[in-house]
Design a protein around this ligand. Structure first.
Ligand code: LIP
Length: 275
């Protein structure tokens, strides 16, 4: 990757941005927990009747953006709830103010605040904070992945038959029908499936070995940003099915041996070719 900012060391900048993001993710987590009494089950919806957004999503994103720009006014920011700031520093923040909003609305303890940072288009820092369990996952490029400060590594599983695989489903009925067909074909081949409802936490579960792999089609950049780096810094491979980086087209993450096995199976099922 050729940098537009040659004098900047991504590794040291990553450490600096990780520290900034981890403090903000915890404070944003405290904010959304303080707003629990305001949760409206109906809420507003976005891409479909099941794609909910709450006042807490919006408040969390506004809080994180305000604090990031106060600390680093020349950075760019992309947020799930409309945050869109163009800066000149080469750093771009990707914010999912509540990843797993449906779980937040139903008070199911599997939602997170996800903050990722790119430098010259390369992920260099990521933090995923789960407020219910007060668990903070974080990573910066070349410096490893951590859960509450303890180093984490992915599993080295090398067979499908005993692999515990996480996945998720989109909001459009057409895509969900295709994802269900893939799931029906894959389920007999693996140990079991888990659907936690937060892509960021799915990727962190790969990073600390609580699942062996995770795949999903149709995520947004903010869903992926931080968890992807945390998984790769924990030794996992995270990519699409066609030798490219994770994208809204597809993400598959797992230990190297299992990644190859699952990638071949998902390619055969054309899991990334769904509507
Ligand atoms: C969610 C993702 C999850 C996916 C859900 C939803 P949100 O993000 O984290 O993996 O399966 O459909 O997209 O919308 O809660 O921020």
């Amino acid at each position: 990757m050729s940098s537009n900012h040659p004098r900047t060391d991504p590794r040291s900048l990553g450490l600096e941005l990780r520290e900034l993001a981890s403090g903000l993710a915890v404070e944003a987590g405290e904010l959304i927990e303080s707003m629990r009494s305001e949760v409206d089950m109906a809420g507003d919806t976005k891409s479909s009747a099941t794609d909910v957004v709450t006042a807490a999503d919006k408040a969390s994103e506004a809080f994180i953006m305000e604090r990031l720009l106060a600390a680093r006014p020349d950075d760019s920011i992309l947020g799930e709830e409309g945050g869109d700031v163009h800066g000149t520093s080469g750093v771009r923040w990707l914010i999912d103010p509540i990843d797993g909003t449906t779980n937040y609305v139903y008070d199911i303890p599997a939602y997170s605040v996800s903050i990722g940072a790119e430098f010259d288009d390369e992920m260099i820092a990521g933090v995923v904070y789960e407020p219910k369990s007060n668990t903070c996952y974080e990573a910066s490029i070349g410096s490893g992945a951590f859960r509450n400060g303890e180093p984490i590594t992915c599993n080295a599983k090398a067979e499908l038959a005993t692999a515990l695989v996480a996945t998720g489903f989109g909001y459009s009925p057409e895509r969900r029908a295709g994802q269900a067909e893939v799931l029906v074909s894959l389920l007999p081949d693996v140990r079991d499936i888990r659907r936690f409802g937060s892509a960021a936490l799915d990727l962190c579960a790969v990073a600390d070995g609580r699942v062996d792999a995770y795949y999903e089609k149709g995520l947004n950049p903010w869903d992926l940003a931080a968890g992807w780096l945390i998984a790769t810094e924990a030794g996992a491979i995270a990519a699409d099915l066609r030798d490219g980086p994770p994208s809204p087209e597809f993400v598959l993450a797992g230990g190297p041996a299992l990644f190859e096995l699952l990638r071949d199976r998902l390619v055969a099922l054309e899991a990334d070719r769904l509507p």
